[in-house]
Design a protein around this ligand. Structure first.
Ligand code: AKB
Length: 318
């Protein structure tokens, strides 16, 4: 990767991936784009307004900046997708198809995240294998499975260097996620710091895989820099780091904030989605094929999240 384009850089992953990649590859070599104007994304490198559904403009940005690697991060997430499945399909698949076509025409590598949402109720629940039944029951999951197949198709048919990971719920403290089923695991930390209590929309005992943003960012770079001859899989690698329930993350916060309380107001859509997803993924292929190792666990992440959010809140108050 020498000249990178990030499509959808204003979102939860993109806002941090832009900074991370600019530190590694140099500010001017990472072109951030988003459908909305942004001052921050233009601070340390080029920024352009780009609607990912506009293939002509995407191709022109790629040509102008001599891009060799595209990160397509555009997605309507699982819970919000269920409110308007047609729009979710249009946005998620439109951005992906344009990225694939631009990558093919301009000889770029392409990273597109998949998700634990690519699995469904018929997939094995525990230690879900890399290669297994994938019959998701959300439009988000349908897009992810289709996207994985399209990525492999473009690799085999056209030689496009497509790579992807199945991200767990990503926990972070820069940009809030929006519309996901795993968002509760981010919101709980903000509410703990701000109010000392949290109302959880997901049932207390549902396990889902989660990952802390620093590990997620490192995974993107390590996979894209991996020796292609070692990759038996491409789209997409199971990625695991930690798996917990709302009860478990609540208990972890209470170890540091004994007065923290949590009650439940279950969102039926999120409940159904969460219960359809795996409890935990088997990420041994990522470990074997490109050396994946998570560095954060629930305890170290909780320490860091609470500290960073406390600092942010104090800055806002000051
Ligand atoms: C969501 O909850 O929709 C996402 C995901 C796990 O892909 N965070």
């Amino acid at each position: 990767m020498k000249r990178i384009l990030i499509v959808g850089a204003g979102g939860q992953i993109g806002s941090e991936l832009t900074v991370y990649l600019r530190k590694i590859y140099g500010g001017s070599n990472v072109v951030a784009t988003d459908v909305r104007e942004s001052k921050t994304l233009g601070e340390d490198g080029p920024f352009e307004v780009l609607n990912a559904l506009d293939a002509t403009n995407m191709a022109s940005v790629v040509a102008r900046h001599k891009v060799d690697t595209i990160f397509n991060l555009v997605a309507l997430l699982s819970a919000v997708g269920e409110r308007n499945p047609q729009m979710a399909w249009g946005v998620n698949m439109g951005a992906l198809m344009n990225s694939l076509e631009v990558a093919r025409q301009h000889h770029c590598a392409l990273f597109t995240p998949s998700s634990i949402g690519a699995f469904g109720p018929t997939s094995p629940k525990d230690k879900t294998p890399q290669d297994t039944i994938m019959q998701p029951t959300t439009i988000y999951g349908v897009c992810k499975v289709t996207g994985e197949m399209l990525g492999n198709y473009y690799y085999h048919k056209y030689g496009v260097d497509t790579r992807s990971v199945r991200f767990p719920g990503i926990i972070s403290n820069v940009t809030l996620p929006g519309g996901g089923t795993t968002d509760y695991a981010v919101e709980i930390y903000y509410e703990a710091v701000r109010k000392g209590r949290f109302t959880c929309p997901v049932p207390p005992d549902v396990y889902m895989d989660m990952i802390y943003m620093p590990d997620a960012l490192r995974a993107c770079v390590e996979l894209m820099e991996a020796d292609p001859t070692k990759l038996l899989h491409r789209n997409s690698f199971n990625l695991a780091s930690m798996s917990f329930t709302p009860e478990i993350i609540c208990a972890e916060i209470r170890k540091r904030m004994p007065d923290f309380t949590m009650d439940y107001d279950i969102d039926p859509v999120k409940k159904e989605i969460a219960e359809s997803w795996p409890n935990s993924l088997d990420d041994s292929c990522a470990r074997e094929e490109w050396g994946w190792r998570p560095e954060w666990d629930l305890s170290s992440m909780t320490d860091d999240m609470l500290e960073v959010i406390r600092r942010k809140e104090q800055t806002v108050e000051a």
